[in-house]
Write a protein that binds this ligand. Structure first.
Ligand code: NAP
Length: 571
């Protein structure tokens, strides 16, 4: 080979090697992130925006659904509507977004919130960093590199310095363990996984199982469509009328001109709503005045009933019983058949101990000829049969069964991922007696994992977007702090976590929530430890605590650096 041709070969080889190295770097780049976020609902979208656009991080979001929206992607059952008012159930981080978006009315329906979240994804160009139709199946922390290795159901494995869960508190549907479900020959639907293309129940005999917020919302529209609807109720609920209405132009304008104050109020109030509870005890007014106030609240609709008339409904059992009896009287007034009305009246637990639903025409639906209520509190559903279902007393025939049976709340969506922390410890093992977190934000033994609205934070007891924004901002500030100090590892200490878990339990034990069997305490899932999972101490106390921790240099958390970077001391 001449000198000239060997030069050509060498140059070619060099080019080939360079190309392979370049590709390898690209490949590595493609599979290494600063942060992986799981979920593209309210929390995941904001986390991506914050970490990518404000902290300049390389972020990948994985989302199981084939669209963004999280809760508002999956829960598209008939009647699905938010129970918080639109103008504050939204992001506050972008004043421009708040000014641009037009909410059509008081309580937005699922399609409107889904449209809003799609608009957010487009407006902030989030889509290129979101991988849809991909479920994260496993995540393992590598102590040697201080990175997470994350696997998906598409067979991919990527690594990330930080893992941020934005999986939602109510996103792992509860499929009740009822014998024979797989043998049913009709149609089966879950409100939490309603088919995207919609369902036509016209002319069908439909069973609806479950009377929580989802079942209560779905009842009237299904009743209006189906030939016959049978609602199977295990526990009646205290549902309040929503009194939905469209926004007039002047209402829109007034909201927009006051948005700074509205958002500021959401950040200081007890539960993230832009209102201050009234300071008036139930017993401080006469019986007539009390009745008048409760009537006004009933006519106004929504959650104002809880805080807008009296301050002690959730504290004083006598006050609570007065409000509870008022709601029962409204049920009896609305439902024509006295036996049905009585079955619909909740007894044995106080109003507010379960998450209070709000509805549009729920109780009226039972006045229709094609709607029947079946009380299964004493005679549960024994089996699904090929043609319907059976209790101990009766066998029913149905064309379709709708399960509105709720969620494995707060922990289910995290534990369905095979999550392994330092030394391979499994989250499922760590949490076998109930969730343990520091501030609902981190878990000892799981470095570099952040759990947006995790158990142990106010989360579901708050207006969710407010809880989410606070968490994402706190996490982002923490990551900036780590960057400034060249730390690559953060972990909650066991001591700080133990103290927080004890505090959450103590506050929870004094709350109303211990007095009902609800998803707040895990009672809806057989075998789940009974623990008040959300922090019941209210937003102001919680924010104060989180901010104090931050201001004290993240007290209760330990930082470290990569082993190869010895110049940076661990703290
Ligand atoms: P849920 O409140 O847990 O209600 C589930 C219902 O299914 C309950 O009535 C439950 O009875 C019943 N159930 C469960 N397993 C059963 C079984 N094996 N046999 C018979 N009945 C069974 O669930 P959800 O209605 O989906 O609501 C969950 C939460 O999501 C709400 O509390 C709310 O926070 C949120 N949500 C919000 C909205 C909104 O913003 N508008 C709408 C829907 C949901 P028991 O009560 O006896 O357990």
């Amino acid at each position: 080979m001449s000198r000239r041709s060997s030069d050509v070969v060498e140059a070619k080889t060099l080019r080939w090697v360079c190309k392979r190295v370049y590709e390898a770097v690209q490949m590595d780049d493609q599979y290494d992130f600063d942060a992986v976020v799981i979920g593209a609902g309210f929390a995941g979208l904001y986390a991506l925006y914050k970490l990518r656009d404000e902290l300049n991080m390389r972020v990948r979001v994985y989302e199981t659904g084939d669209g963004v929206g999280g809760t508002w992607y999956w829960n598209r059952y008939p009647g699905a509507r938010c129970d918080s008012e639109s103008y504050y159930y939204c992001y506050s981080f972008s004043p421009e977004l708040a000014q641009e978006w037009e909410w059509s009315g008081r309580y937005p329906e699922q399609p409107e919130i889904e449209r809003y979240l799609n608009h957010v994804a487009d407006r902030f160009d989030l889509r290129p960093d979101i991988q849809l139709s991909t479920r994260v199946t496993a995540a393992t922390f590598d102590d040697a590199t201080n990175r997470w290795e994350i696997s998906t159901d598409r067979g991919e494995t990527v690594t990330a310095r930080f893992l941020v869960t934005a999986v939602g508190c109510l996103s792992a549907p509860n499929v009740p363990d009822i014998a024979g479900l797989d043998r049913f020959e009709g149609e089966v639907y879950f409100t939490a996984k309603w088919p995207r293309e919609g369902v036509d129940l016209t002319g069908k005999r439909v069973a609806l199982i479950g009377t929580g917020s989802s079942g209560i919302q779905a009842t009237p529209p299904i009743a209006a469509q189906a030939e016959q609807l049978t609602v199977f109720q295990r526990t009646p609920n205290f549902s309040l009328p929503a009194r939905h209405g469209v926004f007039l132009a002047e209402h829109q304008a007034s909201i927009k001109s006051n948005y700074d104050d509205i958002f500021a109020a959401t950040r200081t109030s007890f539960a993230g709503f832009p209102f201050s509870p009234i300071d008036r005890a139930t017993m401080s007014v006469s019986e007539e005045e009390r009745e008048e106030i409760l009537e006004e609240l009933w006519a106004y609709g929504g959650f104002k009933f809880l805080w807008g008339g009296f301050s002690d409904l959730l504290i004083d059992p006598e006050a609570n019983e007065i409000a509870s009896e008022f709601i029962r009287s409204k049920i009896r007034e609305t439902v024509e058949d006295a036996d049905t009305a009585e079955l619909l009246c909740p007894k044995g637990y106080p109003y507010g101990a379960k998450r209070p639903p709000i509805d549009t025409d729920y109780y009226d639906a039972f006045n229709r000829d094609n709607v029947t209520l079946v009380d299964i509190s004493a005679n549960p559903i024994e089996a699904i049969t090929p043609t319907g279902l059976r209790t101990a007393l009766v066998e029913y025939q149905f064309d379709a069964i709708v399960f509105a049976t709720g969620f494995d709340a707060m922990t289910g969506s995290l534990l369905r991922i095979d999550m392994r922390g330092s030394d391979g410890v499994r989250l499922a093992d760590k949490w076998q007696d109930g969730p343990r977190t520091l501030l609902g934000l981190q878990v000892a033994g799981f470095p570099n994992l952040f759990t947006i609205t995790g158990p142990g934070s106010p989360s579901v007891l708050m207006n969710m977007p407010v809880a989410i924004e606070f968490h994402v901002d706190w996490i982002a500030a923490c990551l900036e702090y780590m960057r400034e100090h060249n730390w690559t590892r953060i972990e909650a200490t066991e001591e700080a976590q133990d103290a927080w878990v004890e505090h959450v339990a103590e506050v929870g034990s004094h709350s109303l929530f211990v007095r009902a069997n609800s998803w707040y305490v895990g009672a809806n899932i057989p075998g789940k430890p009974r623990v008040v999972m959300p922090y019941a101490g209210g937003q102001p106390t919680y924010r104060e605590r989180c901010n104090a921790v931050r201001d004290a240099g993240y007290e209760g958390f330990e930082f470290g650096a990569d082993v190869r970077d010895e110049a940076v001391p661990a703290r």
